[in-house]
Ligand binder design. Structure first.
Ligand code: TEU
Ligand code: CA
Length: 559
């Protein structure tokens, strides 16, 4: 494997709207991000991914871009963005932007031009397709619910939107469109970006005959993902994009890739793959319901462990996935992966350890480092997210009561991750002097940065220790490049693995007890040194055994 500059980095995702508001309008901003660079540096962060900050009507929180060359006024100005880049650079940090090029906003000038002349050249920038017998060209359901085709007013055509109707899909078959996208990417890279996180990218290749498929629901529709699964050829676009842009800058890219075909791993993220990395979403499917949130399931520990190890194994010798426990599209990791009895700081530290010390590039989502959790709401009107509203309705239509549907939102809503960052116990969690755009989680008085900064045994302090350990010169090579060897797989509650250094000369054991009862385990070698403990343990009592209390986690260097 070729060595790359991003292999040993630790990344952090900022959701700008909810990070820090400095001008009192209830919306996070670039100035807020600039003012927290030192905080992130101290945490050990190298790469900062910003969810979209481009000009947008915010129908889908900025994932609907109306001008790719402008900064959203809500967030600040281009000068402030340049300042952010410069300030990050001073601290040896990289800024990574969100690249949303499967679709744009219906407010984009080209889409407006297309609507104005549905047979003109701009119509071919999108998928404007004639209906069949006065109906949609096919029976696709968009990811956010409802039909994926919207009638073009004053014409017999429909346009395709795999997400909201305000997010028309770009026609990637059109070379002019692709060239404009590449030009835009290079314009940003020229500013000195570290790279991009690439949104919903698997969807860019369409079967332009748009066949209908067997419906997968009572609405007679089929998820548009079916067409994606049935269509080959996305790789050609991805290679072209890479050659025309990222490659020239040695930029870091991390793909948001769902539904990749299994044998394509090397092609996607191997040496010279389409992307530098892609997120490991393998564990997410554990909770997915068959029909939506209303039949979602709790995480089964053993399945989770099995799936993560399988994902680690398949990456051996190929490349690096980006490891996450949460992001802006998911509920909070602590709420999702930790059982009820583990909802405390020890549990959160345990989850941090098993995630950050796996092989791959760790991505920490804002608030994860203090253990932020899901947030209860009393009514659907208290949610903002477009997909939450859809899934609430799906649940109601399936016969759930209001309470049941709200319970599904509590478990699954994207807004769980989007509540404002909890900086302090001050009003609105110190996020803003004004009422925030989305109400803060009421637990900010107990869970906040300011309280945790002053406490050596806090979740935040532990994240710092953990990242410091990962990056320490003695062990970094092993934590970055060493393989993962699962251990204690025969136990019901232990998440255990070894990181194997070069030629197995260094062996580091990571063992975490996710269960309620203590477990006694034989060490897979003789202990040399305890590197980290979430339980205040100073040393190992025994060189060949370890007893882990409930939620206890130990990182041990073996002889
Ligand atoms: O998400 C793409 C995607 O596949 C989502 O539909 C995801 O499955 C869903 O959000 C899970 O609840 C990306 C962005 O991350 C998301 O925020 C955007 O809404 C979406 O693209 C459209 O741009
Ligand atoms: Ca603001």
């Amino acid at each position: 494997m070729k060595r790359k500059w991003w292999h040993d980095k630790v990344a952090y995702q900022i959701y700008p709207k909810s990070f820090l508001d400095t001008n009192g309008d209830g919306i996070g901003d670039l100035r807020g991000i600039i003012s927290k660079l030192d905080y992130l540096k101290e945490l050990g962060i190298d790469i900062i991914w910003l969810s979209p900050i481009y000009k947008s009507p915010f129908v889908d929180q900025g994932y609907d871009i109306s001008d790719y060359y402008k900064i959203a006024e809500e967030f600040g100005t281009m000068e402030e963005f340049d300042e952010l880049l410069a300030e990050a650079k001073k601290r040896d940090m990289y800024i990574v932007m969100d690249l949303v090029v499967n679709h744009c906003s219906s407010e984009h000038e080209y889409f407006k031009a297309a609507l104005a002349d549905p047979d003109g050249p701009y119509a071919d920038y999108f998928y404007f397709v004639k209906g069949i017998d006065g109906k949609e060209p096919s029976n696709y359901r968009s990811y956010f619910g409802g039909k994926a085709w919207e009638p073009v007013p004053g014409s017999d055509k429909y346009y395709l939107h795999m997400f909201a109707k305000e997010q028309p899909d770009w026609n990637w078959e059109n070379k002019e469109v692709r060239d404009k996208i590449y030009k835009m990417i290079n314009w940003w890279l020229d500013k000195g970006l570290g790279g991009f996180r690439i949104d919903a990218i698997i969807n860019i290749k369409k079967d332009t005959s748009f066949p209908s498929y067997e419906p997968d629901g009572d609405d007679g529709l089929v998820s548009c993902v079916k067409m994606v699964e049935e269509t080959d050829g996305v790789g050609e676009f991805l290679e072209e994009m890479k050659h025309e842009t990222f490659e020239k800058y040695d930029a870091f890219t991390v793909g948001e890739v769902f539904n990749m075909k299994e044998d394509e791993l090397r092609e996607f993220v191997g040496d010279d793959g389409h992307f530098s990395s892609m997120f490991d979403f393998s564990a997410l499917e554990l909770t997915y319901g068959e029909h939506g949130w209303y039949d979602s399931k709790p995480v089964d520990f053993k399945r989770w462990r099995e799936i993560l190890f399988a994902s680690q194994k398949e990456m051996e010798g190929i490349g690096f996935k980006a490891n996450i426990i949460e992001n802006h599209d998911e509920p909070r990791g602590a709420s999702r992966y930790l059982p009820e009895y583990a909802q405390n700081e020890m549990g959160k530290k345990m989850l941090a350890t098993t995630s950050i010390l796996l092989r791959g590039i760790p991505f920490i989502y804002q608030g994860q480092e203090i253990g932020m959790t899901n947030c209860h709401r009393n009514d659907i009107s208290e949610y903002d997210d477009i997909s939450t509203k859809d899934q609430y309705q799906v649940a109601i239509d399936a016969g759930c009561t209001k309470e049941e549907a709200l319970a599904c939102c509590y478990e699954n809503s994207r807004d769980n991750a989007r509540t404002p960052m909890q900086w302090s116990a001050d009003e609105n969690g110190g996020f803003s002097a004004h009422a925030p755009w989305l109400a803060v989680n009421p637990n900010y008085k107990e869970i906040n940065v300011s309280e945790q900064e002053g406490r050596a045994d806090s979740v935040l302090s532990y994240y710092k220790e953990l990242i410091t350990l990962r990056k320490s010169p003695e062990y970094e090579e092993t934590f970055v490049y060493g393989n993962v060897e699962p251990v204690y797989e025969d136990t019901d509650t232990v998440f255990g693995f070894m990181r194997m250094g070069k030629e197995n000369r260094q062996k580091i054991l990571v063992a975490a007890n996710y269960g309620k009862e203590a477990v006694s385990l034989p060490l897979p070698g003789t202990a040399k040194k305890l590197l980290l403990s979430n339980a205040g343990r100073r040393k190992l009592a025994d060189a060949d055994h370890i007893t882990l209390e409930s939620l206890e986690t130990a990182v041990v260097l073996l002889k």
